[in-house]
Design a protein around this ligand. Sequence first.
Ligand code: HEM
Length: 300
Amino acid sequence: MRQVVMAYFGVQHASAEPPAVVTTALARLASTAGGSSRERAHYVDEAGYHTTLEIRYWTDPAEFSSWLADNDFWTVGPANPEAGFFLEVVRPPIQRFETLFSNDRVEGVAVAADRLSGEIQEHGYWGGARDRIPLAQSDTLAPTGAVSAGFSGDLVTIVPNGNLCLIRSGQEWTETDGDERRMYLEEVEPVLRAGMDFLRDDGLPVGCYANRYVRVLAADGNETDKSFGLSWWRGLEDLETWAESHPTHVAIFRAALKYLSTMGPAARLRLYHEVTVAEPTETRFEYLGCHKGTGLLRAL
Ligand code: HEM
């Protein structure tokens, strides 16, 4: 495995119930096999739009390209007045991402891996995420250039700055119960939500282009006890600075430490994250009929 594909298919609508165009598109996507794993998630964005994401991973970019050539219906115009569609893709070589788990249940890109490594040394200190990205050993991964846009009919295409950064940071509380569940839902989750709201609404000045705090959906469309923060950043350093020093992540970190020290090894909360730093040629961002605060449109 040399390079992976992380693809986010999004559809948004202002109405509470999904219009027919949305259910039809999601059903069509569901019936189209492809990729090594797929999941669905939902969130309501800063403009109040319901958004459904389908996330797929491929371990071979050539396979993804040929799949997309056969299934390019997602962001084909014309735009529909009832729904906006977007596609956000990064194709990082394996030297450009890392993923970390507090336990042995794999999520995200790790589903495609044969196995997990054992415990690693590069965690438990600020700067650990950078140390886990192989290319960071010889490259500062600093952002370069600017974000630009292309317009073709109703479709807006974004080309990001160099070394754009993506984080997917997940939580699962399925197996928690009693005091542990109460403590997560009442003491940790609200602090996490406040941090996610901050990044969503006020993230731009700290380098966060877009943030979504999403709930993973089961096959029947119901919410599971899994969530993740998904955010696009100008660069890794902006993300590191927020994590290390901004009151919102410091508060998340402290709430988690209190929780983990109370629960000890019996804690059943599961945490993981994946951090990617990608070059513009390794990305694809397309927005069809989306409101102007959607995803990387905010970076313009
Ligand atoms: C309940 C949710 C969360 C908890 C309990 C949590 C806790 C932590 C902990 C304990 C670390 C240190 C990890 C290590 O290297 O050993 C960490 C690092 C980090 N967290 Fe969070 N976090 C949460 C959510 C998030 C979210 C949603 C984001 C961003 C969207 C985020 C961004 C980061 C980043 C970038 C680092 C690495 C910083 C570095 O290596 O310098 N975290 N977090």
